[in-house]
Design a protein around this ligand. Structure first.
Ligand SMILES: C[C@](O)(CO)[C@H](O)COP(=O)(O)OP(=O)(O)OC[C@H]1O[C@@H](n2ccc(N)nc2=O)[C@H](O)[C@@H]1O
Ligand SMILES: Nc1ncnc2c1ncn2[C@@H]1O[C@H](COP(=O)(O)OP(=O)(O)OP(=O)(O)O)[C@@H](O)[C@H]1O
Length: 302
């Protein structure tokens, strides 16, 4: 049977400014996304019309936390493309997951972007990337960015994406927590914690844009920020120990990734990243510690 394989990166947020909740339940964001070289792979194989299935696996283990069938966001992406184009075809999706599940790194969103690109090619539906974008936005706020990759500003609820010209390739250490966090629960905790505050409209800090133009990791490390960190730490106080440990071993910046609970550390170079990763791996605070580089392109066929 004909098949198409794509690989799709994880994302991190170099800044994540969050404003007061909107009437539709979403929050206005001012974020800078970066795609990093931690990839899921999605293979789409042609099936008879109305046959849609998914299996997920990683090199190490089965993924009991990732739903099969219509609850999997990759299947929803395939069904949305079918509905939008009227094509008469089905698909079997095999997903090899490397991006932590419920880790604040857009794992599901990345699989959704991957499924859109893979099915569009498999079915010959011929939509351009620009035509896929509104479908991506329908699937989730982070999904359009995964089609682009690189560095980009995210506005609206995160779905309005504009590429950023920047210098530098950065070395990250990714500390994966023992248990995931629900994105909706973290935003709800943010609302609870900020209920009595007057929140300004979020903006991307000038210091961050300047650091990205300079390509200097030290400047970038000092400019990292995340308005959801307080909420993630309120739900998972032990994440503070992980952040402190990274800072102790000389990380240039230490932040919660998106809605968490994954924590991110910026290193000067590869050997420094290895030092930070080794120190974190020895603490028992994380279930896994991996090194990654960014920026990298968005979803690509392989
Ligand atoms: C935390 C981030 O990863 C940062 O990039 C994103 O904001 C989350 O993006 P996502 O997982 O694609 O989120 P969606 O699938 O669109 O929404 C999941 C839930 O997160 C909350 N949500 C998401 C995005 C946003 N701007 N405001 C929100 O309040 C809503 O409760 C929503 O029901
Ligand atoms: N293909 C998929 N991969 C991972 N999780 C999926 C997938 N499809 C549906 N899910 C469900 O979505 C939930 C959130 O998973 P995901 O890995 O996307 O979280 P996340 O990376 O924290 O999201 P984000 O950073 O975009 O807020 C999971 O707990 C799982 O139940």
């Amino acid at each position: 049977m004909p098949s198409v394989a794509v690989r799709s990166p994880a994302k991190i947020n170099l800044c994540l400014g969050v404003g007061p909740v909107r009437r539709d339940g979403f929050h206005p964001l001012a974020t800078v996304y970066q795609a990093i070289d931690l990839y899921d792979e999605v293979r789409a194989t042609l099936q008879a019309p109305d046959e849609f299935s998914v299996v997920t696996h990683s090199l190490a283990e089965e993924h009991p936390d990732v739903p099969v069938g219509i609850d999997n966001i990759a299947v929803r992406a395939a069904l949305l493309l079918q509905e939008h184009t009227g094509v008469s075809a089905g698909v079997a999706l095999a997903i090899r997951k490397e991006i932590p599940v419920a880790g604040g790194m857009a794992g599901g969103s990345s699989d959704a972007a991957a499924a859109l690109v893979a099915c569009n090619e498999l079915w010959g539906t011929g939509l351009t990337r620009a035509e896929l974008e509104p479908l991506a936005a329908q699937l989730g706020s982070d999904v359009p960015f995964l089609l682009h990759g690189g560095n980009a500003v995210g506005a609206g609820r995160g779905e309005r994406v504009t590429p950023v010209l920047a210098r530098g390739s950065y070395h990250w250490v990714v500390a994966v927590a023992h248990e995931g966090l629900s994105t909706a629960a973290v935003y709800a905790e943010f609302d609870r914690l900020t209920a009595s505050r007057r929140l300004p409209e979020p903006v991307v800090p000038d210091t961050l844009m300047a650091a990205m133009r300079s390509g200097d990791p030290e400047q970038l490390g000092a400019a990292l920020s995340n308005d959801l960190a307080e909420a993630a730490l309120s739900l998972r106080p032990e994440l503070q120990d992980t952040l402190d440990m990274g800072a102790e071993v000389g990380a240039l910046g230490a932040i919660v990734s998106g809605s968490g609970p994954t924590c991110l550390f910026l290193a000067e170079d590869e050997p420094h990243a290895t030092d930070i990763a080794t120190a974190l791996a020895g603490t028992g605070l994380c279930s896994d510690v991996v090194q990654a580089r960014g920026p990298v392109p968005g979803v690509r066929t392989i």
